[in-house]
Design a protein around this ligand. Structure first.
Ligand SMILES: [Zn+2]
Length: 583
């Protein structure tokens, strides 16, 4: 008995020691052949350089990796010594296969295995259009279909553009440091093939406080530039330096490094870059600037050859022009479709000429398709997420309809350019479901009694008489009832928010978010007890899989369950990014 106990202690101690060091890329990383990445080992103690041993597939690492590592005697966070580290930046591995990396120094050891994958030598498609609905969940799709097309006797009266994509996969969105996730690490996994930590983009998240020194991995924009002559486009309704567009090009541990991301965008020079976020382009002295330096990025982009559009008329005037195009249509996130096109709320009075996602996507395709080498275009329906956080389901669903109309534009393009892969997916989900209807004509005095469930739900009575794909009004008498499974304390009003986006909770003097009293006296409103920590102002992302759909050459790679990082392998294979394109 004692002997067994002693053996257990020994094996436990050894197991603990074996886990001590951290190696980036992490275990089970998948790496595109020839794609540059940074290698880093973090020891938890101060070690001597001569004690550090690194082997790759049993050989001394220099024979395989080709370069010497840089030894860092002490990494610190303020005055706290974190331990020694070794770093090797801009490493590449050409030959496909498994690479077992064994690291030791003193009592610390760590073993990881990377898989380096190649691609075919011939591209399967000339163009890729990657359409990302931020936060796009199954409920958003179903609600968009019912609100846009209607339903009779249980069958949809029409189909969304996204309903007719050929292939499908379920995609896992979790981060390397948490089961839950955000738009930085999720889009970064799609755009680099490496999963990373919440808030990180194009890097593995290391332990040092500097957010710009973390071990980098190559982004798809960099890979496309390195291996092909293709053009690159980014079209979003958020700030162009927000997490999702940033992940196409950028490297930072912290998605809030938006001023730095603008510089990274200029480094890669997307041929078309359209969205909001001009505040980060303006030098600090300019009113409305969010920069803390004197750099004038509007001027720097112009100097680099960009023409600049600031509203939809200037954008339209640019359709047939050549060269680089920067469109910045709002200092922050652009207004959502419901406010921009229909209710004229939000900041639309101040910025009345913002283009929508459809117009921006058309301009991008017109310009990018002039490149004989082809293009990679990322289109984001950014505010599906931004309206799901404040539980404003009507605005989130209208955003989904707009996103779907951008997908329809891509599908039309694909008809005349069949050498185009289209991918439609979300980056993470929200905790929302459609549970029936709210029917003003249902008997009862309380709004809660007007919620129709099961047979009493009936069908909503939205109409689209003008055939624009949007319901003519959203405040109809029998409307869809979407409900969140999480959120802060708030009032449920059972009605669309016609005066502007919902603000469910506001901060009190204790810095806790409490229900916004503004909605307390809406007739029939009920108090909903929050179920997330009180420092949260809005609904949160959920861990549920997202649905990916695809059509066109290369789409056969999407099937079953996939990790977000595996999606990149299909994109890389479709463009044959493992080999240099000479045409
Ligand atoms: Zn979000």
């Amino acid at each position: 008995m004692r002997k067994i106990f002693a053996a257990l202690v020994v094996s436990t101690v050894l197991a603990g020691a074996a886990q001590a060091a951290t190696v980036y890329p992490l275990d089970r990383a998948t790496i595109l052949s020839g794609s540059p990445f940074d290698f880093k080992v973090e020891f938890n103690s101060v070690v001597k350089p001569e004690d550090v041993k690194i082997t790759v597939n049993g050989q001394d690492y220099k024979a395989v990796l080709g370069k010497d590592v840089q030894f860092v005697a002490e990494e610190k966070n303020k005055d706290k010594v974190l331990g020694s580290a070794v770093i090797l930046r801009g490493l590449t591995i050409a030959a496909a296969g498994d690479y077992k990396v064994e690291v030791s120094a003193g009592s610390e050891t760590k073993t990881v295995t990377w898989n380096v994958y190649g691609t075919g030598s011939a591209p399967k498609a000339k163009n890729i259009i990657f359409l990302l609905g931020d936060g796009l969940s199954v409920a958003h799709r179903t609600a968009a279909r019912i609100m846009s097309k209607g339903m009779t006797e249980g069958k949809a009266n029409g189909r969304l553009a996204m309903d007719d994509l050929d292939r499908m996969a379920f995609v896992g969105t979790s981060a390397t440091n948490a089961v839950d996730t955000d738009s930085a690490n999720t889009m970064s996994a799609y755009m680099t093939g490496h999963k990373t930590a919440v808030n990180a983009i194009g890097v593995y998240a290391d332990r040092t406080p500097d957010s710009l020194d973390d071990p980098k991995v190559e982004t798809i924009a960099e890979a496309v530039r390195r291996q092909t002559g293709k053009s690159i486009g980014i079209v979003v309704t958020a700030e162009v330096e927000d997490a999702t567009p940033a992940a196409v090009v950028a490297h930072t541990r912290n998605r809030n490094d938006k001023a730095d991301v603008v510089g990274m965008l200029l480094d890669v020079k997307p041929d078309v870059l359209l969205g909001g976020g001009s505040a980060y382009f303006l030098p600090q002295a300019t009113a409305g600037s969010k920069r803390k330096d004197d750099k004038d990025y509007i001027k720097l982009f112009k100097d680099a050859g960009y023409s600049v559009a600031t509203d939809k008329n200037e954008l339209a005037a640019n359709v047939n022009a050549n060269g680089l195009l920067l469109g910045l249509f709002h200092p922050g996130n652009m207004d959502v479709t419901l406010d921009r096109e229909f209710l004229k709320k939000g900041t639309v009075e101040k910025y009345p000429n913002q283009p929508g996602l459809v117009a921006m996507t058309k301009v991008a395709l017109d310009r990018l398709s002039k490149d004989q080498d082809g293009f990679f275009l990322m289109v984001e329906g950014s505010s599906i997420d931004k309206m799901s956080h404040p539980l404003d389901w009507d605005r989130a669903v209208i955003e989904t309809i707009e996103f779907d109309q951008a997908i329809a534009v891509a599908r039309e393009f694909q008809k005349t350019h069949p050498d185009t892969l289209i991918v439609v997916t979300g980056d993470h989900t929200h905790g929302v479901s459609i549970i029936g209807t709210v029917d003003d004509d249902k008997p009862g005095t309380e709004m809660r009694e007007k919620v129709g469930t099961y047979a009493e739900a009936g069908f909503p009575n939205y109409k689209d008489e003008n055939g624009d794909g949007y319901p003519d009004k959203i405040d109809v008498s029998r409307r869809l009832f979407l409900a969140a499974n999480n959120g802060p304390d708030h009032y449920e009003t059972f009605r669309p928010k016609m005066d502007g986006p919902f603000v469910p909770a506001i901060q009190n003097e204790k810095k806790e978010y409490i229900a916004n009293e503004q909605y307390k006296n809406v007739p029939g409103a009920v108090f909903v007890q929050g179920n997330i920590p009180k420092n949260g102002d809005s609904g949160v992302h959920s861990v549920d899989d997202v649905v990916l759909q695809s059509a066109g050459p290369g789409s056969e790679g999407f099937k079953g369950y996939m990790e977000e990082s595996d999606i990149y392998k299909v994109l890389a294979d479709t463009f044959a990014l493992g080999s240099k394109q000479t045409n």
